[in-house]
Each structure stands twice: as C-alpha cells, then as structure tokens.
Design a binder for this molecule. Sequence first.
Ligand code: NI
Length: 177
Amino acid sequence: MAVRAVLKMGHPLLFERAREVERFGTAELDALLADMLDTMEALDGAGLAAPQIGVSLRVVVFGLKRNPRYPEAEEVPYTVLINPLIRALDEALEDGWEGCLSVPGMRGLVPRHRRINYRGQDQYGTPIDRDVAGFHARVVQHECDHLDGVLYPMRVTDLRNFGFTEVLFPGQAPPEE
Ligand code: NI
C-alpha cells in the first residue's frame, strides 16, 4: 500500500461533511485503511481521518503506544472506526494541546468533553461501543470532527493558545492527529 499526501488546512475538502460508509469488507475499504495506517505511521501521527487523504468517507483510524516523546499521552488502542457517533457522558470539559497532520508544525489548546461514549463499526461492520476518557476521548473527538469539516484551530477558544510547535514545546510536542 502507500503513504498518501495529507491535505493541509485551506483545502476545501477538509471543510466538507464526509459520507457514510455503506459497504464493509470491500477491497476499496481495505485499500483505503491500509493507506491510512501507512500514512499515519510514516508521519508518526496518533490518528488520521479519511478526508485528510482526500477521501470523503466517515472513516477514522487512531492509536498511540506509550512513547517517551509524549510522556503525558496515555496509550490508546489501535482502532478503525467507521460511521462514528459520539455522545458526551457528562458536562465536564478539559483543555488539552492538540496538533493535526493537516496543520503541520502548529499546536493549539482545545476544550473537549472529558468522558464520551463512542459507537460505530470496524472494517468488517462489527459494532464498536466504548466509554472512554482523557486522551483517548480527545483523539476520537478530534478525528470525528474531521468528518464534519471541523479542524481543531476552529475550536481554539483563545488564539494566544495557538502557535508554532517549536516555540510552544521545544523538544517535546504532543502528537499530531
Ligand atoms: Ni487532525
């Protein structure tokens, strides 16, 4: 499979609502997922949404092993999530730093729901239903925003908390998604 070019903020496709996947277990879906995983791995990302490689479908992949570069980030299991639905489990919001492969070299402080339930399907159509919190919940909210045409800078509440990675985090930046 292949490492694909990641669209950067400004490209109109990143602001579109992506379409639902209707058929699972197809060669097309397998090829898309292989490219997404290759691309995410090559760029050392914590997550990737299909629109970021120019495919307007409701497909995200994410996952993070414990990494000394990101001592704050909890481990997140590698997950393929299709047609996701997110529900906040309570009112609690938490600020956290985010980066995005479509906004390279930048980081911003974004409020997200601390605890969420997410549902959807894996590549075979098998249901996924998880209650998660913290960094795992943040990654899922960030990736699913991509499916509705929302990039994290649009959620930064104070633009003084948006800037260049090497200035904000010399030597130790949170991962890009
Ligand atoms: Ni992103």
